[in-house]
Design a protein around this ligand. Structure first.
Ligand code: IPE
Ligand code: IPE
Ligand code: MG
Ligand code: MG
Ligand code: MG
Length: 327
């Protein structure tokens, strides 16, 4: 188990793992072991596909390509790709039609990390267990590497020959909305920066911040899988509700880990949020209440899946993985 993968949540979690309520197959949840095995398989496939999508370091401009590769091929969880494939396969899409879209989400996400770490933003030195892109390559190259990753994300969707033209346009639109403003990641990042040092951030405001900076992309990843599979409107709506809560949960646990985890677990420097005066779950609620809230949001996410008239074990297992993650 590498630092990058989701860590083994341990025997306690295995023991707590239960099949769905009253043995109803629709509520069944994949075991942590099943989820980890699935995650490892998808991670390997996505990384192999990304290798072919990203220009070689030797191609001009070499510094930008070296920086892109430095940030992208560092050890990472590949959670958004995982969600694309898990959601798509839940609704019957073959893996081969999901993999490019999964890569597009990872490219976009990696761009967001490179820019998030810049001195003008979170000013971080460590990412995915390595010096951050701007520390290794300089700020200008890191900015350009982020730009190139973002462009390649949209290029990947637009040029995915396994999908029809209409579906590609729809996916481009979904990713753009999730990445940009006013409802996407960039809006959330702006909100995150403007909330630094403020002591009057309410719970509702913090949820809105987290849902935009992290939740939007995670929600879009799950929706993208459902769209590719041709899921019905009711199923897509249920998976959207699930993924919106999952996205919030992902940032709550990120906030908790910033307080409780080590640099070697995280591959990034802990304790940065308090230092920067970030609005976070632990800063607003305290650790215990933040953990309780994480649990409630997890319950909300899995309850949303109850509206889907087919088994969703992987999506349920992924939610638990996020709740119990240690990296
Ligand atoms: C970190 O994302 C940034 C957030 C949105 C919280 P991940 O925790 O998915 O980081 P990687 O991709 O595994 O490095
Ligand atoms: C990041 O939130 C959200 C992004 C859009 C990248 P954080 O700033 O908390 O992410 P980390 O902790 O640096 O990974
Ligand atoms: Mg940030
Ligand atoms: Mg950050
Ligand atoms: Mg963080």
């Amino acid at each position: 188990m590498t630092r990058a993968s989701f860590e083994d949540p341990g025997a306690a979690a295995e023991a707590r793992h239960a099949r769905g309520a009253a043995g109803d197959a629709r509520g069944a949840e994949a075991s942590p072991e099943e989820v980890r095995e699935y995650a490892a398989r998808v991670r390997a496939e996505v990384e192999a596909e990304l290798e072919g999508l990203v220009p070689a370091e030797s191609e001009d401009p070499p510094a930008v390509h070296a920086a892109v590769r430095w940030s992208l091929f560092a050890p990472a969880k590949r959670f958004r790709p995982l969600l694309v494939t898990a959601s798509g396969e839940t609704f019957g899409a073959p893996r081969a039609k999901l993999i490019r879209t999964a890569c597009a989400f990872e490219l976009l996400h990696t761009y967001s990390l490179v820019h998030d770490d810049l001195p003008a933003m979170d000013d971080d030195d460590l990412r995915r267990g390595r010096p951050t892109c701007h520390v290794r390559f300089g700020e200008a190259t890191a900015i350009l590497a982020g730009d190139a990753l973002q462009a390649l994300a949209f290029q990947t969707l637009a040029e995915d020959e396994t999908l029809g033209a209409e579906l590609r346009v729809r996916l481009v639109s979904e990713l753009a909305r999730a990445a940009g403003t006013p409802a996407g990641m960039v809006a959330g990042q702006a909100h995150d920066l403007s909330a630094e040092g403020r002591s009057d951030v309410s719970g509702d405001e913090l949820d809105r911040l987290h849902r935009r900076k992290t939740g939007a992309l995670i929600a879009a990843a799950a929706r993208a899988g459902a769209l590719i599979a041709g899921a019905g409107a009711a199923e897509a709506a249920a998976v959207t509700l699930y993924a919106h809560d999952l996205g919030l949960l992902f940032q709550i646990t990120d906030d908790l880990l910033d307080v409780t985890a080590s640099a070697s677990d995280l591959g990034k420097t802990p304790g940065k949020d308090a230092h920067a005066g970030k609005a976070t779950y632990p800063s607003l609620y305290g650790l215990e209440a933040a953990r309780r809230r994480a649990r409630e949001v997890f319950e909300g996410a899995t309850a949303a899946l109850d509206a889907i008239a087919r088994p969703t074990p992987l999506l349920r297992g992924l939610a638990r993985l996020v709740l119990e993650r240690r990296a």
